[in-house]
Design a protein around this ligand. Structure first.
Ligand SMILES: [Zn+2]
Length: 172
């Protein structure tokens, strides 16, 4: 999913949490900032990836890695007063992985890696269209990738809807 969509959707998630658990999650500027950074953290692998199609196998997009990390951090920090921040960070990360699973076009999510070396996506993916490095003169390949990305109208509408939720979150 695009960074702007992850960003806006993370704001909606925070708003939702603040409505369901008003004592723990505040719709405040620091929490909005934490949400945005956490929701985009997985995509920092852009600095290490070799190809778009394989970047979901780097540690940044591995759910089992975050699960183990979450359990470890929870054991250490629970029930400290700032534990809700830890919770918020991991909730945003897991929503990132889930929305990447739904909207993945050239790479899925390796839900069980390293136990299972298999990627999953809601719609069929075309890894060959993401077979390029985003920094190195690949304008042609990038264009093809984006055309394919926006071909699935259902996903485009879904992603726009998530963005809209993020904007609406400021007014509810
Ligand atoms: Zn991602």
């Amino acid at each position: 999913m695009l960074s702007i969509s992850h960003t806006l959707f993370s704001i909606f998630i925070l708003r939702l949490l603040s409505l369901i658990f008003p004592l723990f999650f505040f719709f405040s500027f620091p929490n909005i900032l934490i949400s945005i950074i956490s929701a985009n953290f997985c995509d920092f692998d852009i600095f290490w990836l070799k190809k778009i199609s394989t970047h979901h196998r780097l540690v940044f997009h591995l759910p089992l890695f975050y699960l183990v990390l979450f359990i470890g951090v929870s054991i250490i920090t629970y029930p400290l007063t700032y534990y809700y921040i830890i919770l918020l960070i991991f909730i945003q990360i897991f929503f990132h992985l889930f929305t990447d699973y739904v909207t993945g076009r050239t790479a899925g999510i390796y839900w069980f890696y390293p136990l299972l070396n298999k990627q999953y996506s809601l719609f069929a993916i075309k890894p060959r269209l993401g077979n390029y490095h985003p920094y190195i003169k690949n304008k042609g390949k990038m264009k093809k990738h984006f055309i394919f990305y926006f071909q699935n109208r259902l996903l485009v509408v879904f992603e726009l809807f998530l963005c809209l939720l993020g904007i609406v979150a400021f007014f509810i």
